[in-house]
Structures are given as C-alpha cells and as structure tokens.
Design a protein around this ligand. Structure first.
Ligand SMILES: *[C@@H]1O[C@H](CO)[C@@H](O)[C@H](O)[C@H]1NC(C)=O
Ligand SMILES: *[C@@H]1O[C@H](CO)[C@@H](O)[C@H](O)[C@H]1NC(C)=O
Length: 358
C-alpha cells in the first residue's frame, strides 16, 4: 500500500490534468462553433412568415395590382375595384376598349393599418381606368401606372392633380413621349425615376427627377432583351436596377448608373433558374431581392423567392401555409421588418414578418 500510494496520487493528478485539458479544449471548441454559427446565420436571409388573420376584416377589394409601404410603415394598396384585366380589355393595337365606362368611381388607393389591416385612408376615385403599379418614395409621393391610360403619374401626397405625367392618355406608342401599358416605377434616393414600360415596349425608361428622359434600357448597343418588364426595384448599394423580366422568366439587374457612369458597360446580373417561373414583381432589402412568381406551368409552384443578385442565385423559397393564388406585387417595408404581397385572384393582401432564420 505504502509503495503504491505515490503512483495512485500521480495517476489521479494526471487524470485531473487530462480532464481539465479535455474540458478546456472542448469548451473552446464550443465557443468557436458558436462563432462560426453566428457568421453563417448573418449570411442567411430573413425568412418571410405569414401573419395569421391579417387583415382582421375582409376589405372587399377588387384585383390588387400594386402595393407599397409608406414611411410610417403603413401598407398602401392600389386596386381595380369592379374592373378586371382580361382578354377583352385591350384590342390588337393595345387600345383600351372601355373608355366609355369612365374612370373607376371607387377609391383605388387605400392606406392600411399595419397591425390590424383596417383602412386608414382612401384616395384615387374618379381618376384611374385600369390600375397597375404603385410606388411610394421617401417623400411620400405616389408613383402610379395605369395600363389603360398608357400613362405614369407622380402625385404629391394628398394632391388630386399629378405633378408629373408620363405618356399620352389612351394613346399607346413606342416613341419617347408615348408609353404602352406601363407597369411600374422605382425611384432612387437621388431622385432618378425608372419606369418599366411595359406590356408592349419591353423597355425601362430612366428620367431625372424633373422627368427629363436620360436613358432607355436596353440601349441599342446593349446585349439585353426584355419581355414584359412587370416589376422593378433598385439596389442602391450595388448601383443596380433589378427588373422582373416576366416572360423571360428571370430577374435581370443592369447598372442603374446613379452615382457614376463607371461600370455602365458591365453586363447585367442575371438570375434565371429552370423552375423560377414568370417573375411578377421584385422588392429589394439591402442587397437581396424578395420576388413573387405567377402561373407558368403546372410543374412550377407559385411562390415567393429570395434572391441574391451578387451570386445570381435563388437562396430561399417561401409561401403562406394556404398557398398563393395569383400574386401580382410585392413590397418590403422601409426598415425591412416585414413585407406585403398583393394578389389579383383571389383578391387579397398578405403581410409577412421577416424573421431571422433559426
Ligand atoms: C383598337 O381600338 C382603337 C380605338 O378604340 C381603334 O382606333 C383601332 O383601330 C382598334 N384596332 C383594331 C386592330 O381593331
Ligand atoms: C420597423 O418598424 C416597425 C413598425 O414601426 C417596428 O415595429 C419594428 O421594430 C422596426 N424594426 C426595426 C428592425 O427597426
């Protein structure tokens, strides 16, 4: 016993040292795993989670063609009331066929409470014939397109007369003064105006803040061809304007040329995957894009897409538990905490919270 005791003590001491070393190294490993985990979590996009029972009440709306969010974080929607866009709306030369019905008498622009979905404000009665796009800029101006009128408008908040008018009323055309069923606006913080025009011309017009035409996208020497630019958004940190190039089933992001003309010859970023479907609208958050597609084929699900334009990849897919019907427009709110999707069949508006991935 006496002889073995020092060995036992030594063995115990060595064991303790080994255990301490194991605990120490494993706890260090834990920490470093968490560090790696945190880096990965930061790289993953926020996930849209549908808010249940929002809006609380049935708003009894027509086709909701446009949605945007004002700086009070309130969603603002643009709807067609009793009008429906179908194969009889336009003839073969893209002329609107129901001018005799007059403008929609109901309010077409509704501001909603972000918590309850209750209607807080109504505007835009007796002006529009076939609503399409709605964009609210940081100064609360409303940028609206009406496909029937072949026009785009800038309305200052609360005013009934537009301060800027693009295109000629009921006159489809492809010169620089006429539009043809324009779809949507995107407005830069520097004031430049991007107008997607539209169902027939398949071009994007870039104007300065006063409405002077600066550029037509694609330009003649540009290797880019659009087929119904249906939605448009800016990614200012990347100096890109991203277009829902609907019939080409892709999103393309040419240079916006906001800060300098350097790089305007860079090729567009192109996001096109086989099951992407026809992309109806896009809205940016930081350097990412949230998009919705529409009916394409029975094999391609109608869903929301989260896109990283820099890697030209779809990085997430999402939809409400009940599924989408026919989503038409999407808007991320100014601080990126939620997004809204407007549908034209059934006519409804969805709110999604943007939550960090688990
Ligand atoms: C389409 O309608 C417009 C006006 O309603 C008319 O002037 C034009 O000739 C029509 N085009 C065709 C192809 O019928
Ligand atoms: C964004 O705004 C909403 C509504 O005001 C607010 O509840 C939310 O906390 C804000 N989120 C961030 C990230 O600032």
């Amino acid at each position: 016993m006496n002889v073995k005791q020092p060995y036992v003590i030594a063995a115990i001491a060595i064991s303790i040292v080994v255990i301490v070393v194991i605990i120490f190294t494993s706890s260090r490993k834990e920490v470093s795993k968490e560090e790696v985990g945190a880096v990965v979590a930061d790289d993953r996009p926020d996930v849209p989670k549908a808010v249940k029972d929002w809006p609380h009440e049935d708003l009894k709306l027509g086709q909701i063609s446009g949605v945007s969010v004002n700086s009070a974080f309130q969603p603002v929607i643009f709807h067609r009331a009793d009008r429906v866009f179908d194969q009889y709306t336009f003839n073969a030369t893209s002329h609107f066929q129901h001018i005799d019905k007059g403008p929609i008498t109901e309010a077409t622009v509704l501001t909603l409470d972000p918590h309850t979905g209750k209607v807080l404000g109504r505007w835009g009665d007796n002006i529009f014939y076939m609503p399409h796009g709605l964009t609210i800029d940081r100064h609360e101006n409303l940028w609206i397109t009406d496909v029937a009128m072949h026009q785009g408008f800038k309305f200052k908040p609360g005013e009934l007369e537009p301060t800027l008018v693009f295109g000629k009323k009921f006159q489809p055309g492809s010169d620089v003064n006429r539009l043809c069923m324009p779809t949507s606006f995107a407005i830069a913080s520097t004031g430049e105006i991007f107008l997607a025009d539209g169902y027939c011309n398949s071009r994007v017009l870039k104007y300065n803040a006063l409405g002077k035409l600066l550029k037509v996208i694609p330009s003649k020497d540009e290797f880019l061809s659009l087929q119904i630019p249906h939605g448009i958004t800016l990614i200012e940190p990347l100096d890109r304007v991203c277009i829902a190039d609907r019939e080409n089933m892709r999103v393309v992001c040419p240079r916006a040329g906001l800060y300098s003309l350097h790089g305007t010859k860079d090729p567009p970023l192109t996001i096109q995957e086989p099951d992407m479907g026809k992309v109806y609208d896009v809205s940016s958050k930081g350097t990412l894009i949230y998009a919705v597609n529409g009916p394409t084929s029975s094999l391609i699900p109608i869903e929301g897409l989260t896109i990283d334009p820099q890697t030209e990849k779809i990085i997430d897919r999402w939809s409400p538990p009940e599924g989408f019907g026919l989503p038409h427009a999407i808007a991320v709110c100014p601080n990126g905490s939620s997004l809204y999707v407007a549908e034209i069949h059934p006519n409804r508006i969805w709110k999604f919270e943007l939550v960090a991935p688990k």
